[in-house]
Design a protein around this ligand. Structure first.
Ligand SMILES: Cc1cc2nc3c(=O)[nH]c(=O)nc-3n(C[C@H](O)[C@H](O)[C@H](O)COP(=O)(O)O)c2cc1C
Length: 176
């Protein structure tokens, strides 16, 4: 699929078919994620792929609407960042006015790569920012030096919605 078509056609999927997805396919997505750029190439994103019998470790700690939206998802990919590296100097101080913002920026670049590659492979994703952070941290044994950023549900799409409205170009850009 061309990049332009992939960008246009990726959607947040909230209805999945009960079809399996191989570990090899999931590795392909993580491989796309890790190729994204990052602050000084620090690559602080980490992934916890929850599948099969273990899905409940995440599912049980989602709000109702995210549970409903991810029924039949084949994996939850919990994405974290190793805290205090990207956007920080060698002494552990913020390197820029954005403070710890670049670690999340880096993570977003990786997660978008992952979602685009999934769409390219005919798979569906839903990025979720709403979940019980503490319970998921404990159940997946995520170390204290990592921050959970988002959880991506992964599955085979049942229905692909229309693109939600985007702001018009004039509203978001100024040519100077
Ligand atoms: C950081 C982030 C958090 C999100 N959290 C949720 C969520 O908890 N539940 C949900 O249904 N969608 C969530 N979304 C999906 C957005 O609602 C969706 O991307 C947006 O409506 C645009 O639709 P599209 O992805 O199909 O283009 C999240 C998206 C992002 C980037």
């Amino acid at each position: 699929m061309e990049v332009k078509e992939c960008i246009e056609s990726r959607r947040s999927i909230r209805k999945y078919r009960n079809d399996t997805i191989s570990i090899e396919a999931i590795k392909e997505l993580i491989d796309a994620a890790r190729k994204a750029p990052s602050w000084k190439n620090t690559q602080v994103s980490r992934y916890y792929v929850v599948r099969g019998e273990q899905l409940h470790l995440v599912y049980d700690n989602l709000p109702d609407f995210n549970q409903k939206n991810t029924l039949n998802a084949q994996a939850y990919i919990v994405s974290t960042v190793k805290n205090g590296i990207s956007g920080f100097d060698h002494d552990g101080n913020y390197a820029t006015f954005l403070k710890d913002g670049y670690q999340y920026f880096d993570n977003g670049l990786q997660v978008e790569n992952l979602c685009l590659r999934a769409s390219d492979m005919g798979l569906g994703t839903l990025i979720m920012g709403l979940f019980d952070e503490e319970k998921i941290r404990v159940s997946l044994k995520i170390p204290d030096d990592e921050k959970i950023v988002v959880i991506v549900a992964l599955g085979v799409p049942e229905t692909i919605p229309e693109m939600p409205r985007r702001l018009p170009m004039e509203e978001i850009v100024k040519f100077i």
